[in-house]
Design a protein around this ligand. Structure first.
Ligand code: C2E
Ligand code: CA
Ligand code: CA
Ligand code: CA
Length: 276
C-alpha cells in the first residue's frame, strides 16, 4: 500500500511470500511423490543422424502430482536438488531406467540424467553398479548424462568419480554443452562418448544466427578430434535435421523424430528397431 514507505519493495512482498509458500507446499508434495507412485519415466528416442535408425532413449522424469497435476521437470528438478531429494529420486530413476532397458528387445541404450549432487554423493558408484547388477543390463547400454557444472568445483572430485563409472563399462555424455561453465580442461581428462549440443544452438542456427552455426561446427570438430560423438538436441523440423546432419552431428534427438513416449511405446519402438 502507498503509506508503507517507498511502495515498490512493499508492493512485491505478497508475491514473494506467495512464491515461498508455493515452494514449501510443492516441496512437501515432492517428498512423498515417490512413495505415492506419482513419478514415472518417459523415454525420448535418439536416432542416428545419417540413417535415422534408433540408437537408444533418454529417460526423462515425470511427476503427476495428485495436488498439482503434471509438474514440469524444469520446476521440480531444481527444487529436488535444493531440498536434497535428488539423491533418492535420482536413485529411483537409475534403477527404473535400467530395469526397463533390460527388458527391451535388442541393444537400444538408455541415457539417464545425473545431477551434480548425485555424482558427489559417496554412494553413487555403488548405486550405479547395483542398478546394473539388479537389472542385468549390460553396462555399455547405460549412458549417464552430466553437465559441465559437475566440474565447477574440482575439489569435489568429479573426475575421479567419473573414472570409476567408466571402469564399470558405463558410457558418459556431456549434456547441454556450451551453456554452462567451461574450462574445457576436463574434456581431456574424462572420456565422454558423446557431447550433446544444446537445443538453443540448434534453434539459433536454424534461424540463421552465424554465432550458433559457428559454435555447432566448432563443437563437432572438437568432439571428432577427441574421438567423441555429438548429439544435436531439440531438432524439431526436417530442415533442422538436415542442417545438423550436414554439420556432421552423429545423432539427433527432438520432437521431429519423437516426443518423449511412455514405456509401452518405447518397448514397441525398440522391438521395431530389432526387426529392421
Ligand atoms: P535435458 O536433459 O536437456 O532434456 C531434454 C529436454 O528437452 C526434455 O525436457 C525434452 O522433453 C525436451 N525436448 C526434447 N526434444 C525437444 C524438442 O524438439 N523441442 C523442445 N522444445 N524440447 C525438446 P524435459 O523432459 O522437460 O526435461 C527438462 C530437464 O529436466 C532436462 O533437460 C534435465 O535437465 C532435467 N531432467 C529430466 N529428467 C531428469 C532426471 O531424471 N534427473 C535429472 N537430474 N534431471 C532430469
Ligand atoms: Ca539430458
Ligand atoms: Ca540436454
Ligand atoms: Ca537442455
Amino acid at each position: 500500500s502507498k503509506d508503507a514507505g517507498g511502495g515498490v519493495f512493499h508492493a512485491y512482498e505478497p508475491r514473494l511470500h506467495a512464491q515461498a509458500e508455493e515452494r514449501r507446499v510443492l516441496e512437501q508434495a515432492l517428498r512423498q511423490a515417490l512413495e505415492k507412485g506419482e513419478m514415472y519415466l518417459a523415454y525420448q528416442p535418439v536416432v542416428d543422424a545419417d540413417t535415422g535408425l534408433l540408437t537408444g532413449f533418454e529417460a526423462l522424469l515425470r511427476w503427476n502430482s495428485a495436488d498439482f497435476g503434471n509438474v514440469s521437470p524444469a520446476k521440480f528438478i531444481p527444487l529436488a536438488e535444493d531440498a536434497r531429494l535428488i539423491v533418492p529420486i535420482g536413485d529411483w530413476v537409475l534403477r527404473a531406467a535400467c530395469d526397463e532397458a533390460a527388458r527391451w528387445p535388442g541393444h537400444a541404450r538408455v541415457a539417464v540424467n545425473v545431477s551434480p549432487e548425485q555424482l558427489h554423493n559417496p554412494h553413487f558408484v555403488t548405486t550405479v553398479a547395483s542398478a546394473l547388477a539388479t537389472s542385468g543390463l549390460a553396462p555399455e547400454r547405460l549412458e549417464l548424462e552430466v553437465t559441465e557444472s559437475v566440474f565447477m568445483h574440482e575439489g569435489m572430485g568429479a573426475t575421479k568419480v567419473l573414472e570409476r563409472i567408466l571402469e564399470l563399462g558405463v558410457r558418459l555424455s556431456l549434456d547441454d554443452f556450451g551453456t554452462g561453465y567451461s574450462s574445457l580442461g576436463y574434456l581431456s581428462r574424462t572420456r565422454f562418448s558423446t557431447i550433446k549440443i544444446d537445443r538453443s544452438f540448434v534453434q539459433g542456427a536454424a534461424k540463421g544466427a552465424p554465432e550458433a552455426t559457428a559454435i555447432i561446427r566448432a563443437v563437432v570438430a572438437l568432439a571428432r578430434s577427441l574421438g567423441m560423438a555429438t548429439t544435436a538436441e531439440g531438432v524439431e523440423t526436417e530442415a533442422e535435421h538436415h542442417m545438423v546432419r550436414d554439420f556432421g552431428c552423429s545423432k539427433v534427438q527432438g520432437f521431429y523424430f519423437s516426443r518423449p513416449v511412455l514405456v509401452e511405446e518405447a518397448r514397441h519402438l525398440a522391438a521395431r528397431r530389432e526387426r529392421e
